[in-house]
Write a protein that binds this ligand. Structure first.
Ligand SMILES: NC(=O)c1ccc[n+]([C@@H]2O[C@H](COP(=O)([O-])OP(=O)(O)OC[C@H]3O[C@@H](n4cnc5c(N)ncnc54)[C@H](O)[C@@H]3O)[C@@H](O)[C@H]2O)c1
Length: 278
């Protein structure tokens, strides 16, 4: 099913920076009415203003997507949405014993539980209107576990399972609504600052403009699963190998060394009243 952008209401969680920001700008350029939901009021508003300055339509709301009640209230204010992009995400980037309990919980609250709150807020309307799309941004880490990502990778496996189960459910009920999922390798947005790739030809750190462009095209074309770069698509087949061999192949490609020099950007904290967190 195609999901044309002109005239569509396109809501992006985490639309204030990185991939969410680029998706917002591009969707607005294509004629969508963009709604940005971000923890950072200032980041969301600055993208909204950028879109308006280019002659596009955009609104921005400071929302913590982990806050169930806030999500319900904001969804009522926004009204019908044609395309929902579950993009907001956080990463800890620490060994299991180095992460705090709060960090682990936050990863699951943002990367997993919020998917339920935002999608439930808009899916009923999409089903009633018999059209719409929910794009969930998972990760290559949603296909393979990675050292220093016990929380992040597990949360992205959950996001993948969420999107796949939803796809099956929506198709089984012939709803006319799509559940799409994206599994990108690392992207140069700063969220994963410091990560390295051992085999840049096969597993390049993706350019954020390229990644956002591919995700937007996947939405418009109703592509159910986007995995990038292509090499990441080999992971499910590699699982046919005995586990010892699978691990050796992942190590050969340096997958478990990618996080060695990770610095990231630190935690995203609510910023609904003051200036940007970063
Ligand atoms: N950057 C990468 O290497 C990479 C790779 C694969 C997948 N992803 C996924 O892509 C998505 C976007 O990543 P990015 O690199 O653009 O990250 P980013 O850090 O640049 O942007 C994330 C945005 O989400 C917002 N956010 C965080 N918690 C929130 C909350 N509770 N409520 C509302 N907004 C919240 C932040 O304020 C920020 O604007 C994430 O889901 C991430 O896990 C990123």
């Amino acid at each position: 099913m195609r999901h044309p952008l002109p005239g569509a209401t396109f809501l992006v969680t985490g639309g204030g920076s990185g991939i969410g920001r680029l998706l917002s700008l591009r969707a607005a350029d294509e004629g969508a009415h963009v709604v940005i939901w971000d923890l950072s009021a200032s980041a969301g508003e600055s993208v909204r203003d950028e879109i308006r300055a280019r002659g596009g339509h955009a609104d921005s709301y400071a929302i913590d997507v982990t806050d169930r009640e806030a999500v319900k209230t904001a969804a009522e204010v926004v009204g019908p949405v044609d395309i929902l992009v579950n993009n907001a995400g956080v990463v800890t980037g620490k060994r299991l014993l180095d992460a705090t309990e709060e960090e682990i919980e936050r990863t699951f609250d943002v990367n997993v539980m919020a998917l339920y709150w935002t999608t439930r807020a808009f899916l009923g309307g999409m089903i009633e209107r018999r059209h719409g799309a929910v794009m969930t941004v998972s990760s290559a880490a949603g296909l393979v576990g990675v050292a220093k990502q016990t929380d992040y990778s597990a949360s992205k496996f959950a996001a993948f399972g969420f999107a796949e189960s939803l796809r099956a459910e929506l198709a089984k009920d012939a709803t006319g609504v799509d559940s799409l999922v994206a599994c990108p390798f690392y992207i140069d947005t700063g969220m994963f600052a410091g990560v390295r790739t051992k085999v840049p030809r096969l597993l390049p750190i993706l350019d954020q403009d390229y990644a956002a462009g591919r995700i937007l095209t996947a939405i418009v074309e109703g592509r159910q699963q986007l995995v990038m770069p292509r090499m990441v698509g080999v992971i499910p087949a590699a699982r046919l190998l005995p586990v010892k061999l699978f691990d050796r192949v992942m190590n050969l490609f340096g997958v478990n060394d990618t996080m060695d020099a990770f610095t990231g950007r630190g935690r995203d904290l609510p910023d609904t009243t003051g200036p940007a967190v970063r």
